[in-house]
Design a protein around this ligand. Structure first.
Ligand code: 5RP
Length: 252
């Protein structure tokens, strides 16, 4: 595979195969172009968002950005932001943010998202729901026609209390969609994965379309024991997609 820098793109004349991580970095750098000095920023979580956090840190160090305040969406991002020198605060001090940048696991044509396969969906939803602008950064593998249709997990954060009961209620809720519900566990020791908020995650897998997303969302949230789910409906304002043939920016 030829060595490329993050600005090179493939074209029919010069095919260059970029890795998924290189595409994530390209999308992240493009998103950071939206950042201006003095902004309060939501800092996303995951392998794509971490490129954006690193880039913001770099621009601060170079003096090209000033007076940034970051609001991290996870303990991991908090650690990374500290390590690259981004001053941090929280939603209590900054209830309205200028801009958030984060990745996603699935994006549909209406900019609805599935997030949380990295386990940070609750803080992400709180922070990103408080932003004037929410820029989603993905490589092209994340684009789907319908949320939940990729065969990958739709995460739901639940309280640990009687988690088997909640898992079963969630599975039954989507029985017509052929739902399989699994408690997320660490692969190394089989222990339940615990979120930054001390909760568990149930991953839902669907064989069939789950139908109206808003109805599904409301129904999941009505179930006692559920804290939040990974569908981010009508929240993203801009989508940046990096693919083999270039970067596209789509505004809602
Ligand atoms: C974490 C998330 C991530 O944004 C999502 O999982 C995408 O991750 P990555 O950028 O590593 O593909 O929602 O909870």
């Amino acid at each position: 595979k030829p060595k490329v820098n993050s600005c090179q793109m493939a074209s029919p004349q010069s095919p260059v195969i970029l890795t998924q991580d290189e595409l994530k970095k390209i999308a992240a750098y493009k998103a950071v172009e939206f950042v201006e000095s003095g902004m309060v920023l939501g800092l996303g979580t995951g392998s794509t968002a971490c490129h954006a956090v690193a880039r913001i840190g770099e621009l601060l160090q170079q003096g090209k950005l000033k007076n940034i305040v970051g609001i991290p969406t996870s303990k991991k991002t908090h650690e990374q932001a500290v390590s690259v020198g981004i001053p941090l605060s929280d939603l209590d001090n900054y209830p309205v943010l200028d801009l958030a940048i984060d990745g996603a696991d699935e994006v549909d044509p209406y900019l609805n998202l599935v997030k949380g396969r990295g386990g940070s969906l609750l803080r992400e939803k709180m922070v990103e729901g408080a932003c004037k602008k929410f820029v989603v950064i993905v490589d092209e593998t994340k684009l789907v026609k319908h949320l939940g249709g990729s065969g990958l997990a739709m995460p739901v954060e639940i309280v640990p209390f009687c988690w088997k009961f909640t898992l079963e209620r969630l599975r039954m809720m989507f029985v017509d969609a052929g739902c399989v519900a699994k408690l997320r566990r660490f692969s190394e020791n089989g222990e339940p994965f615990v979120t930054d908020n001390g909760n568990y995650i149930i991953d839902l897998y669907f064989e069939k379309d789950i139908g109206d997303l808003k109805v599904a969302s409301d129904e999941i949230l009505r179930l006692a024991g559920v804290v939040e789910h990974g569908m981010f409906l009508d929240m993203a304002t801009t989508l940046i997609v990096a693919g083999e043939l270039g970067v596209t920016v789509k505004n809602k």
